[in-house]
Structure formats: structure tokens, C-alpha cells
Unconditional design. Structure first.
Length: 167
């Protein structure tokens, strides 16, 4: 991170080389603001998903609200049984406590800016990107529970089949 040359307190620039990324080109997360950078108030993660890629199984979290700003592509969203597609420039609010997931609903790369308030769950994203951190029905539920999340693989499979999605 570089500090403003004038030395102004609080003004910082995160350069491209300072931005941590996890995953692979088909499902990449870029950590723009970590919850540790904001005193836990917010985390900002850019999700990049290949066509017809599901970001996560259907899940709900008890601690965070998520706001997804579509930068490029088509964002498919499932929330409590409803499905929508959001386009570039549109913002989707996913409140805590509600079952949801999202996917790339188009034929080009999806870029989504995810604002998470309060921050903290981005640490789960990092753990899932580590070797052995796959979306395994046996290991993901207890890991997600550590972050106040529930996961529903049974409900996820019909969604994946309906839209031809992969993890």
C-alpha cells in the first residue's frame, strides 16, 4: 500500500500488486478492502466468474449483508426461491439471514464488486481457495458454521441443473 505523497493521514492507494487474489481464472476473488483495513466495518471483494459458474452453494449468513454491484456480464441471483438477472450498473442487495447464491448467467466473464457489511466473511473465501477447501458437502458446512453460515447443497443441485452451472 502506498501513502499519499503529501502524507495526508488516512488517504491510501492500493496498487494492483498490493491486491491479494485467490482462486483460478474461472473463479477469482480480488480482496480490495479487507475487514482488517476497515476496523471490521466493511470488506470489498471483486468476484470474477467464468460463464455459467456458480459462486457458492445456496447459503445464508447471520452476520453480514452483501451488496453486489455488477461491473460486467450478467449476474444470476437466487434469493429465498426467487431468481433474477442483474446487468452492469445494477446493485443487488442480499440481506443477512436469507438463503441465496449467485452465478454468471451469461456467455462472457462476470465481474461483480461485492460490498460486505460488516466484514469478516472474506476470510472464509480465502479458506475455500486453499488446497482442500473445495465445496465439499462433508467439509463445507462445519467450516461455514465457523463464520455464522449455513449451506444447503440439496437445494443447490436443482439450481445448477436448471441453469447448466458448474462450481
Amino acid at each position: 500500500m502506498t501513502v499519499n505523497p503529501a502524507g495526508a493521514a488516512g488517504i491510501r492507494v492500493k496498487t494492483a500488486r498490493d491486491i491479494e487474489a485467490t482462486g483460478d481464472p474461472g473463479a477469482l476473488d480480488r480482496y480490495l478492502i479487507d475487514s482488517a483495513d476497515s476496523g471490521g466495518v466493511i470488506a470489498v471483494v471483486e468476484h470474477l466468474l467464468a460463464p455459467l459458474t456458480l459462486a457458492a452453494p445456496i447459503h445464508r449468513h447471520s452476520r453480514e449483508d452483501e451488496y453486489s454491484l455488477v461491473l460486467a456480464g450478467r449476474l444470476g441471483v437466487f434469493e429465498e426461491g426467487d431468481e433474477i438477472v442483474a446487468l452492469p450498473g445494477e446493485l443487488v442487495f442480499k440481506p443477512r439471514g436469507r438463503w441465496h447464491t449467485f452465478w454468471n448467467a451469461g456467455e462472457e466473464q462476470l465481474r461483480v464488486l461485492e460490498l460486505i457489511a460488516p466484514g469478516g466473511i472474506e476470510q472464509l473465501f480465502r479458506q475455500l481457495a486453499e488446497p482442500g477447501g473445495e465445496y465439499d458437502p462433508a467439509t463445507l458446512p462445519p467450516l461455514a458454521a465457523q463464520y455464522g453460515c449455513d449451506v444447503d447443497f440439496e437445494a443447490t443441485m436443482p439450481l445448477m441443473q436448471r441453469h447448466g452451472l458448474v462450481f
